[in-house]
Design a protein around this ligand. Sequence first.
Ligand code: AMP
Ligand code: ZN
Length: 434
Amino acid sequence: MHMDVYDVAETWSRDRIASTQLVRLKSTVAQARKCAFYRQRLDEAGITPDALNHIDDIRKIPFTTKQDLRDQYPLGLLTVPTQEIVRMHCSSGTTGTPTAICHTANDLNWWSDLMARCMYMVGVRREDVFQNMSGYGLFTGGLGIHYGAERLGCMTIPAGAGNTKRQIKLARDFHTTVAHILPSYALIVGERLREMGEDPHDFPLRIALVGAEPYTEEFRKRIEDLFGMKVYNSYGLSEMNGPGVGFECLEQHGLHIWEDAYYPEIVNPETGQPVPDGEIGELVMTSLCRQGMPILRYRTRDLTRFLPGECLCGRKHRRMDRILGRADDMMIVKGVNIYPMQIEQVIMGFEEVGKNYLIQLENDGFGDVLRVKVEIRDEYFVEDMRQLHKVQQKIARALKDEILVTPHVELVESNSLPLSEGKAVRVHDLRAKK
Ligand code: AMP
Ligand code: ZN
């Protein structure tokens, strides 16, 4: 496949991006046809590399779904002999058959370069000490980011997830300046520092790469204010390698998608038809540089929109908005469609609110009940009941304005809601059990 000078691709013109995409799409289709699954799919749709004359012809290619990947588990989508494969990862989905993605050495090379590109873009340099506070193992946020940081030349600390006390010690002892961390975990580390009587501002971190799960602008601000550092949104998914697919630049206004390596589309989740720029839909991604297991038009289930216009930074790679949620996350409460991020956006705007919250859906025998449990910061929790009641009313009213359903807001003490080591579980739906 094509081995260009990757760092140059970051500043390519639109024309250069578009012409390269068509060439790479053709070779990706040729590569995909080496496995029986895609050969049959593409034959049914009459797609050969020669049938693709314009990048928009990609729309003639059938979608690939999560179910397709499950059906082909473990090695059905391989397009190289197994001895060419040097690594596999799994998607972090917890239910059903996992989806496995296999990489050649060349694939890993690309991935590391893309990840290094993201980090360099936001000011990470080889002088930085980088601590990866996300889980290793099958999760791509571990090794995927690790190799990017090493490629950049940072001293890289593979701290892994959890064990907050040790994270803090490592960061202090080695003067960690950049971290990769889940949004939910960033607030936990900050709170632990405070409990230890320390000001998180004195912590050496200056940049955090934060992603792997949806979070709102309000949540970002909280992390930035807590540590006095910059937080950049990092998006990726195992099916497209992992992190390094989309990343915010210094403007912090949308994530540039590295279009030399991935072809993004945003479609109406019901019809599969493209939506106009600026409109929300489901992100669909095609890998353009992968040899071991190319994936065509993958339905990510992630909801976002293309941001119209050009970024002030000058890069021409298109930007997508932060992920607003997953199509599967939509809750229907009393007939109203609600996304968890709408709730987070409201509650994280209140200074009384602590680091964690939980949305619980119940049925009281008459209908749906939306319960929102919100941790309150210690300094507010000691206040008298009337004050707390006021806070509760304030939050409930603001939520009602946003989601149009009256929630039961429950204020709880900090550290009383369950924490997950990996991605945060924001919603418990107890309705089916009634
Ligand atoms: P995985 O299966 O572990 O590869 O996780 C990929 C999924 O994590 C994506 O499809 C998104 O739903 C989610 N994700 C990753 N990065 C972000 C991000 N920056 N914002 C929101 N969701 C994200
Ligand atoms: Zn930019």
